[in-house]
Write a new protein. Structure first.
Length: 155
């Protein structure tokens, strides 16, 4: 369901994407409304699905998982129940940060974090060398240029 967003909603969401720990008082200062009006808006944005989660982004290095890999997966078959089984198995792993369905030469892309190469190899063996996966290609991340979950909010 797509939430209908007005200009104030978009302003609030942009502020939250920069820092979701801001108080209603601070948000009110930024958008020119009262803190109580902001608090009501925020409750509505959360209840209607415009805000789906409030999270903290943690450094992979600080968490002890400095190795990052992008893995492209090609499936053997595309029967819905088989594809769902592979996706569920991938999504259940705490080391898998992202699972995307693709169109093209590969069917699924995952972003994986691991403490080192041995741990990645063990993870790859568990996740990717099971029924349903035809082949996979891994690309290791040398450095991060940009990392955000923010979405553009047009005025």
């Amino acid at each position: 369901m797509r939430a209908k967003l007005d200009r104030l909603d978009r302003q609030l969401l942009a502020c939250l994407q920069r820092d979701n720990l801001q108080t209603a008082d601070r948000l009110a200062e930024q958008v020119g409304r009262s803190p109580s009006a902001i608090a009501r808006r925020l409750r509505r944005l959360r209840s209607n699905g415009a805000v789906i989660a409030d999270v903290s982004l943690i450094s992979e290095e600080a968490a002890g998982h400095p190795l990052q890999a992008v893995v492209n997966i090609q499936l053997e078959r595309h029967a819905p129940h088989e594809v769902d089984a592979v996706r569920r198995r991938l999504a259940a792993s705490p080391n898998v940060q992202l699972v995307l369905n693709l169109a093209g030469a590969f069917d699924i892309l995952i972003l994986v974090v691991a403490p080192d190469m041995d741990a990645y190899n063990a993870l790859a063996s568990r996740l990717l060398e099971q029924p349903g996966v035809r082949r996979f290609e891994t690309t290791f991340v040398k450095s991060r240029v940009k990392a955000t979950l923010a979405v553009p909010l047009e005025d």
